[in-house]
Ligand binder design. Structure first.
Ligand SMILES: C[S@@+](CC[C@H](N)C(=O)[O-])C[C@H]1O[C@@H](n2cnc3c(N)ncnc32)[C@H](O)[C@@H]1O
Length: 390
């Protein structure tokens, strides 16, 4: 497995007994650290085929950085609870959700297998890994520790309180391993960069929108982690940016590219063989038994296998939920987590527009402005074209 060569990296020498922590850097006691590593191993056992064992020394280092918050499960984990009232208000205004989850260490170890992402890191020692939406930064730190062939890892996170969890952990990690690592940059609220002294390898956490910092680097990345649920209005731009990826790059994605490639750029990605079975799942905080993610390789020599679908008519962020009490359906927006009784006027990339002179709705494809009378499936699913209930 790529990156599991413990002998290749000095960190393996930092054993459990080194995890003693003082007040300044806020580290955890050896007992707590042992308990956290044991908890991570229990998660591993629960993961079954959705995970692969993470080397003990990697878990120990993760616990040294993040304390007992490694391998947290459920919905109330630290990076889900840390958001300030201002961050919540901003998310509400933008119609985005702060619902949060993390990959568990053994899910990451599985993703790093050479038949999945590791295939892009197997050659040479100059690998570059990008994590879009790093949350607290656990995945980015794990990849940095576990994959000595990776020269640079960059994690980008939009929500500052989550970025801060990562920044604190990275400073703590460096402070407790001063012979092996040093801080190269630390700009409050913006970035923290650590360097492995012997090799010059870099791990950087940035607080930014990945459409500003991150997606601009796709032409140089070997692996892109994209375990993020983004609103569908961003799909067209995302596809256009991912289309810049270099051949050989591997992508780990929350969204299946076949449902979100709403760009007119040809999709250069192909699903890797081992990821094709629906049973290929990865252990996460919200689903330790395994959650379905998608793994792709960028290969322009092969004919495109993922169709671009600029005016996708099927995707919808809305879910119809039956309410027993009122004996009626309400609408739940899975992007913003908001529910409503009124029939939504838009779904996916389509909007319903009332034409007074025709006393009928027509439908507008929002990104392009294209209009049609035919009802797209995503709008028909909301009830357009059907006689009003009751
Ligand atoms: C589901 S969490 C995944 C965390 C981590 N990647 C993991 O797998 O453990 C997704 C993260 O992406 C962040 N995010 C969403 N949109 C973003 C954007 N446009 N730029 C940067 N981060 C973003 C969210 O704030 C959230 O912390």
């Amino acid at each position: 497995m790529a990156g599991s060569d413990a002998n290749g990296f000095g960190a393996m020498k930092r054993q459990m007994s080194d995890v003693k922590m003082d007040g300044d850097v806020g580290l955890v006691s050896t007992d707590d650290a042992s308990a956290a590593v044991a908890a991570a191993h229990r998660c591993a056992a629960a993961a079954g085929t959705s995970g692969m064992p993470t080397p003990q020394w990697v878990l120990t280092d993760l616990v040294g950085a993040f304390g007992t918050e490694v391998a947290e499960t459920g919905y109330e984990i630290s990076a889900a609870k840390c958001c300030s009232p201002e961050e919540k208000a901003t998310a509400r205004e933008q119609g985005s959700s702060l619902l949060y989850g993390e990959m568990l260490p053994d899910g990451v170890s599985k993703a790093l297998h050479e038949k999945l992402l590791g295939g892009a890191l197997a050659k040479g020692d100059n690998g570059s890994v990008l994590e879009l939406g790093m949350g607290s930064g656990k995945v980015a730190l794990q990849v940095f520790l576990q994959c000595p062939s990776v020269k640079r890892v960059l994690g980008v996170e939009l929500v500052e309180s989550r970025f801060q969890l990562g920044a604190v952990a990275l400073r703590r990690f460096v402070a407790s391993n001063p012979k092996q690592f040093r801080l190269k940059d630390d700009t409050e609220g913006q970035l923290v960069k650590a360097e492995e002294i012997a090799t010059g390898r870099l791990l950087e956490f940035r607080c930014s929108d990945f459409f500003t910092v991150g997606l601009d680097l796709t032409p140089r990345c070997d692996v892109i982690f994209f375990a993020v649920n983004i609103p569908c209005r961003l799909f067209p731009d995302l596809g256009t940016r991912l289309a810049q990826s270099k051949d050989g790059c591997r992508l780990f994605s929350y969204h299946a590219l076949s449902t979100i490639w709403w760009s007119d750029a040809e999709c250069p990605f192909h699903q890797v063989e081992d990821n094709k079975p629906e049973s290929d799942t990865y252990s996460t905080s919200w689903s330790p038994q395994g959650f379905r993610f998608y793994v792709y390789v960028c290969d322009r020599k092969r004919p495109a296998s993922i169709r671009n679908d600029m005016r996708n008519e099927t995707y919808s962020e809305w879910q119809l939920i039956w309410d027993d009490k009122s004996q009626g359906y309400y609408f739940h927006n899975q992007e913003s987590e908001v529910s409503q009784w009124e029939v939504p006027i838009s779904a996916g990339c389509w909007q319903a527009v009332w034409a007074e002179e025709h006393q009928a709705f027509y439908f507008c494809h929002t990104p392009s402005g294209f209009t049609q009378w035919e009802i797209p499936k995503c709008m028909a699913d909301l009830g357009y074209g059907q006689p009003p209930a009751g």
